[in-house]
Design a protein around this ligand. Structure first.
Ligand code: FAD
Length: 581
């Protein structure tokens, strides 16, 4: 995640995948990270500006310092804009290592980078306000903010910031599905503070269970750790906790070690459903061997101060006492976004929608990226008549194969589902869609009418998928948007995007295209599962080493990289710290 290194890393990792050689990855990572630093050094020399140039720059306001916001800032040419950042957090947090913080495998400060360190590398061209934006006012192009730390002389700490371009990257909040008692009694695992609280809570449970004069039943209750949600975060936390208990706490609390139980409650039929079935099966089998109970098809009804009530079609409602519950069932929309959605006519939606250029629908010059928004991919069938018209250059009412070939590149870029569909059906090219019912190729001289064209493309929209709410997506979106901002002027004169289907000329930029680089599921006991592009599955200890290499390389700075790696060494040598700090 070092500046400019992303595309290099992508290319490098593709090369590694092609060669299928794990051993080469560490070398590639080291090179790419170094490349990022060199790029930083180069970028500085561009930032010397005349004062007159500075005053006429457009104001860009960025909300949030998470994956999307930070990636945008790191890749933006800040000499072109007057950039202001508003966030209640004056640091970037490397969320994939949050589960490791809950058990002390990694220290909290090792995975955060102060946002001012990132700003320093931009020659102080970015202004940062530690505040929460509580209202976006698109009509007057202002965001209203409230300071998170202090107040001004009026005593309310509120201020407004004007923008020409607004980049919303405020992330999401945990989703409780309005289940009673969750907010009051459960831990979430979203922020650094959540991980610190969980770490303290685990130790408190062990200390409470070790007190004299309490019954065994009470000890068992205190040592029952429940994780609600069998997604990647819940599963990784369960695995971390199991390792912490068996590798460290069992030696320190020998009298109660056999009373510990860990349960994962999942509403669906399996855990890790977003992964390949082989990974799901491996994870479920491993958890069974480790004694982690996986309760699938259970829906939590309510959480009280000492028991969690859940229901299942065979058992009916059951109440289970617990010592600690971690709630990890996905994400929901933040109130500020819900309010903004109402203002821009998206009040009936669940998530803020943008177009494929990350522009908020119904709102000029406002962009939204990361977990707070979703790209609503335009459907081919919504535009089919317009696509036909654009392709039909001679207005003959039919399309020749040449006419189709001429616009094919633009169609595939504007509607990526076309290529996804071809891939899913193992078709070689678009013309395969036009084959007749006997599978014969179309003749060169054939002219296709609108009905045949519609029929050929009728099902391609089945491949439209929402992008997952991950750091990978958020970081790529931030990087993409920064690159668009950097070439805003050039592309206004020389548009680089696909043909406009419902307008004239070309789109200014290429639409955002997500490249999936794979995903990991750490399962504890130095074993990790990985699903890499091309459905390449790898599970075991060697994958754990790949995980270490990738996560070390993806750190935002050399400082955090060194800290994380030294934390891993410390854990290998001395074990995890059990102080209740
Ligand atoms: P965030 O990173 O959440 O950043 C949001 C920012 O907005 C924060 O700085 C916040 O302080 C700020 N903000 C909030 N409200 C306001 C406001 N009102 N005004 C101004 N600023 C505001 N993804 C992966 O790809 N791989 C993983 O392994 C992985 N592991 C994860 C593990 C955990 C425990 C968690 C919680 C998430 C994990 N994710 C992972 C998902 C990933 O962290 C998110 O998808 C990613 O953080 C989204 O980035 P974002 O920039 O949209 O939001």
């Amino acid at each position: 995640m070092v500046r400019f290194s992303t595309s290099f890393l992508d290319r490098a990792s593709q090369a590694v995948h092609r060669s299928s050689a794990w051993s080469k990855l560490v070398v590639v990572i080291a090179v790419s990270s170094g490349g990022g630093l060199v790029a930083y050094a180069d970028a500085k020399s561009d930032l010397r500006l005349e004062p007159s140039h500075r005053t006429c720059r457009k104001k860009v306001v960025v909300l949030g310092t998470g994956w999307a916001g930070t990636s945008f800032l790191k890749n933006l040419d800040t000499s072109l804009y007057d950039v202001q950042v508003v966030s209640p957090r004056n640091y970037f947090a490397f969320t994939p290592l949050l589960p490791s913080v809950t058990c002390g495998t990694v220290e909290p400060r090792s995975i955060v980078e102060p946002i001012r360190n990132i700003m320093k590398k931009k020659d102080g061209m970015i202004k940062f306000w530690e505040a929460e934006c509580y209202k976006i006012d698109p009509a007057s192009r202002k965001v209203h903010c409230r300071s998170s730390t202090g107040t001004n002389l009026d005593g309310n700490g509120e201020f407004a910031v004007d923008y020409d371009y607004l980049v919303i990257a405020v992330g999401a909040k945990p989703n409780t599905f309005n289940t009673p008692g969750v907010v009051e009694h459960c831990h979430f695992l979203k922020e650094i503070e959540d991980a610190q609280r969980i770490r303290r809570s685990i130790m408190n449970c062990f200390e409470k269970a070790s007190l004299p004069n309490i019954s065994e039943e009470e000890r068992r209750k205190n040592l029952h750790f429940i994780i609600v949600g069998g997604g990647p975060t819940g599963v990784e936390f369960a695995a971390e906790l199991h390792d912490f208990v068996t590798e460290d706490l069992a030696k320190l609390y020998p009298t109660v070690k056999d009373l510990v139980s860990i349960s994962v409650i999942e509403a669906g039929g399996h855990i890790l459903t977003m992964f390949d079935k082989r990974i799901t099966k491996f994870a479920e089998d491993k958890f069974q061997r480790d004694g982690i109970q996986v309760k699938t098809n259970f829906r939590v009804m309510q959480v009280s101060d000492n028991a969690i009530t859940m229901t299942n079609s065979t058992t009916g409602e059951v109440s289970v006492p617990y010592g600690m519950v971690v709630w990890s069932t996905g994400i929901g929309t933040r109130p500020i976004i819900l309010d903004f959605m109402k203002q821009v006519g998206q009040g009936n939606r669940r998530v803020l929608a943008t177009d494929e250029w990350l522009r908020v629908h119904g709102c000029d010059d406002v962009y939204a990226l990361g977990d707070c928004a979703t790209i609503s991919q335009r459907k081919v069938m919504e535009d089919i008549s317009a696509i036909f018209r654009v392709a039909d250059k001679d207005n003959s009412g039919t399309l020749t194969l040449k006419e189709i070939k001429d616009v094919l590149g633009d169609i595939c870029e504007r509607y990526p589902q076309v290529e996804l569909y071809l891939k899913s059906k193992r078709l070689k090219g678009f013309l395969d869609l036009l084959k007749d019912s006997d599978g014969n190729n179309v003749r060169e001289s054939k002219e296709i009418n609108i009905e045949e064209f519609k029929k050929a493309l009728a099902v391609v929209d089945s491949q439209v998928k929402m992008l997952p709410a991950t750091a990978q997506v958020a970081a790529q979106e931030g990087d993409y948007l920064a690159r668009c901002f950097n070439k805003m002027k050039i592309c206004a004169e020389h548009p680089e995007g696909p043909l406009r289907i419902r307008g004239q000329g070309r789109h200014r930029f290429h639409p955002f295209q997500y490249r999936h680089l794979g995903q990991f599921a750490p399962l504890g006991g130095e074993q990790t599962a990985a699903q890499l592009p091309g459905d390449w599955i790898s599970i075991g200890r060697s994958t754990q080493w790949l995980w270490y290499s990738v996560y070390a390389s993806k750190q935002v700075s050399w400082r955090t990289r060194m800290l994380v790696v030294s934390d891993w060494f410390r854990r290998f040598i001395f074990g995890r710290d059990s102080s209740c700090i």
